[in-house]
Design a protein around this ligand. Sequence first.
Ligand code: A5P
Length: 228
Amino acid sequence: VTDRESLKREAALRAVALVESGMVVGLGTGSTAWYAVEALGARLRAGDLTNVVGVATSRATEVQAEALGIPLGPLEPHGVDLAIDGMDELDSQLDAIKGLGGALTREKLVALQAKTFVLIGDASKRVSYLGEKAPVPVEAIPFAQRVVAAELAALGCTPMLRRDEHGEPLVTDNGNVIFDCHFDAPFEAGEVARACKAMSGVVEHGLFLGMADVAFVASDAGVLELTR
Ligand code: A5P
């Protein structure tokens, strides 16, 4: 049995193999994306790739990339060739939930500007429907949080304000809060996504629908390449 960290790494390596010299690469956030950033750094160091610029989806990824000497640039319109990121849940349509790592807003911004968006993860992330295991993270402006909580609850979920290890409301890289929205029954993801987007005070939600082009999912049987 391959341990979970090795599986994450295997999935990440498959995605990083798609990077070519001269590309602008979206660098995801989380423990699986970490392996991708590391592998990209290694390919650059080895001289196997040149002229690659990363766009980081979080402060944490920025710090990791800088330490590896990966040049970073700003997010430009349609400016990302390939974005590589982890996922919290992946269904058979390659629709995903992201944001348990708190970086959903920048992750979505980068993925939306990418020609190719690649998700990576181990097989524990696969679900038969979105919300099966994970809540839907929703980032909101702190001033709006009570209003947003009430509007989210009206969608039929229980919104839980995410807290840090000290029990304080978690503050995102953008200075906002996150509600983890727990649904106890399958929901219409497209409707929830639209409703969240329409709420004043909501910055972004973690439903990534129709966005991924490819997913590499690693299990003991090897790495599966899923396409839409
Ligand atoms: C970060 O905000 C998330 O979207 C991560 O990409 C997601 O939580 C996957 O994280 P792991 O690779 O650590 O499971």
